[in-house]
Design a binder for this molecule. Structure first.
Ligand code: FES
Length: 137
């Protein structure tokens, strides 16, 4: 695994991201509130530049009518079809195959926690060394 210095810490302040290509692989590194995370800039759905989408939060509901917005700025929404992935883990949180334009009978059930989807974006290890942000590939 080779180390790649991608920026001085000062060049990547909280709330920003940097795109680069390492050995032909598109990478994005994010500074989320002072923590650094790397993602392969390729959506596992159909290959869009995933990391060029907006950073959003995760809406969760424990019961009908109650919505809690968590992980603010830690979820990336793919610019092509809107699938959402956790920047920290690459995990998607819904299964888009379940969303179809078709009518179904509706009924109320007890609230359930958010279900993880089958897709996971590839994550890249990121470290700080002597004030430089470093990824390993
Ligand atoms: S390519 Fe990302 S959601 Fe379809």
């Amino acid at each position: 695994m080779a180390r790649h210095v991608i920026a001085a810490v000062d060049e990547l302040p909280p709330g920003t991201r940097k795109f680069l290509e390492i050995d032909g692989r598109p990478i994005a590194v994010f500074n989320i509130k002072g923590e650094y995370f790397g993602l392969m800039n390729r959506c596992p759905h159909q290959g869009a530049a995933l990391c060029e989408g907006p950073l959003i939060g995760l809406a969760q509901s424990s019961e009908p009518g109650e919505i809690e917005y968590t992980k603010l700025g830690e979820i990336i929404r793919c610019p092509w079809h809107g699938w959402e992935f956790d920047i920290r883990t690459g995990q998607s949180y819904c299964d888009p195959r379940r969303f179809r334009v078709k009518a179904y009978p509706a009924h109320v059930e007890p609230g359930a926690s958010v279900v993880k989807g089958p897709y996971v974006a590839e994550t890249i290890p990121v470290r700080i060394e002597s004030d430089y942000v470093v990824v390993e590939l």
